[in-house]
Structure formats: C-alpha cells, structure tokens
Design a protein around this ligand. Sequence first.
Ligand code: PHE
Length: 348
Amino acid sequence: MTITEFKTACSAIEQEYKAKIAAAADLAAVEELRVAALGRKGALTDLLKGLKDFSMEDKKVAGPLGNALKGALSAALEEKTAFFAAKQINDELNKTCLDLTLPAFPAPQGHRHPLSVAMDRMTTILAHLGFEWAEGPWVEDEKHNFDMLNIPKHHPARDAQDTFFADTGSPISMVLRTHTSNVQSRFMEKHRPPLRIMAPGRVFRNDSLDATHSPVFHQIEGLYVDKNVSMADLKQDLTAFMKGLFGNKAEIRFRPSFFPFTEPSAEVDVKCVFCQGKGCPVCKGSGWIEMLGSGVVHPNVLKNCGIDPNEYSGYAFGMGVERLAMMMMNINDIRTFYENDVRVLSQF
Ligand code: PHE
C-alpha cells in the first residue's frame, strides 16, 4: 500500500462511518458501528496494521492521520451514544406525568401563615417573660370550660347563642371551648404553684362572620399563680409584653370589667399604634384599642382546683390573637386570615 492509497482509504472510512453513525437508529446500532470501525477486527484497525510496512518517512505522515481519524470516529460515536442515552431518559419521563416544559424558575414557594407568624412572635415574647407552654382540648366538658371557672349554670356565657354544644354521644355535656381559659382549670387541677403558663390555641363561638368576628378564632391565655401575685404583676408583665410586640412606646391602660373567674377584672387597652393615641378610624377616635381580658384569679377558681386561696394568688389574662395580629400587620378585616387568598397571604 502506498501512502496515497492509505490517505484515500482513510477518507473512505471516514465518509462511510460518519454517514452510518449519523443514520444509526438506536444504541445497539451505534455499538455495532463502534465494533465495525474501531474494534479488534474493525476497518480502521485493519488499515492501521498496514502502517508497519511503511518507510519511516511515510509513517510520520500516516501515523498522525490514522490517529486523527480514530479520534474523529470515537467522538462521533460518543456523541451519538449520549444522544440516545438522553432520549431514553426523556422517553421514560414522558411516560410519567412530569411536564418538562414547565419553567424551572422561579419555583413558587410557600411561607408561613400571617396568623402563625403573629402567634410565634407573641409566644416568643411570653417565653422570654418566663411563661411555659400549655395546651388543652378543643372539645371540652362543661366542667373545665365553665364550672371550675366559677361560671354558674345560668350564666349567659353558656347560652347556646355563644356556645357550640358538641354532640359526642357521651352522657357528659361537651362544648367546643369558648375560650382558652379551660387550660387554667386543666393545668391547675394537675400542677401546684408556683406556675406560670401561656396557652395559645383555637376557640369557638357561635358568632356570624363579619369584619371583626369569626366563629373560630385564637386566644393566648396567660396564668401566673404564686404567693403574693397581684394586679401590679399583671400590669408590669402586660406592659413588657406590649412593648415587646409594638415597641418601647407601647402603653396600656386598665378598665374595670367583669369575668366570673377573676376578681377584680380588667379589660386592657393598648394605645393605638396607628395614631399614637391621637384618635383615628382604627381606634374609632378614642386613641385606645381593646386587646384582652384579665384579672386576679378568683379564689373560687383556685379552690376548685385544690389550691389554697389563703396561701396563693394569681393573675390571668386572655388575649385575642387575631385582633393583635390585625394591629401588628395593619389588616382591617379578620376574614383576611381565613380566606387563604394567595395574593393577600403572600404580602405578609
Ligand atoms: N376568657 C376570657 C374571654 O374569653 C378572657 C379572660 C381570660 C379574662 C383570663 C380574664 C382572665 O374573653
């Protein structure tokens, strides 16, 4: 074989195999071509065997030529193999219901519900003030929701207009708890003072839904029982809490009120954070917004739980989470929290 013949044979092999590789129908066909071109008995291998009869000078030309061809064919085979491998994966995915045409970014991302965010901030502040987490059942017996809390049988709070009675089939009359105060009776029944707890959770009242009312809402109960606990402790702790929530300028005031389970009782107002007490539509011109009910735990409640009211005293408060969250986040309709409109929720 002359060097010219070698060159011609090289381009013939290149042409033939490049065309065949391009036309290969599947992975098996590509593999067959690899063997036929580059295998031990392949066309190129065969041709290169002739090199040994060339003169030194011709070898210097033919060697690199042969190697270049080998490289070119290997690359073509590899490319075709990769193409079929990818195609196989694609075909596999197409059999499932993955939509590969969906844009990859930005992937829609969920985040926490504004009420959870608000609850978290409130309970974190209370935890810093030394309150321990406690919980109670949503479906509660009348004993813990009412009786033990000094709410007598005839008290209007029990009225079917306010309370959801739960038909559980049990002979004990059950209700959906109307406040988190059931955790007071549950906890004091089992624990001795000193005790300091917060009880966040869902409560239920037979109210119709409007901008400020919802049949399901959230409260955080606070309870502190020890020796010599007074209204002054309550005022100090609630002031610290509100400052934590609304900043150092936050101010609170007590208004006399009534709850069967506290004596004396007080409603706590917070100076309107929108107008700093000057009066605006949110506080209806008064400069103050009602935030929670509170008071000194009634001796009867302590007694009902087996705690001696001559030795111990305590304070309790129950605050509406939605109301505080609406203030924190400048939301003016409670329904915002429950409609779960992503366009609204994603703003918080
Ligand atoms: N349970 C009362 C309510 O639901 C709030 C409250 C709790 C008042 C504790 C005093 C003490 O409105």
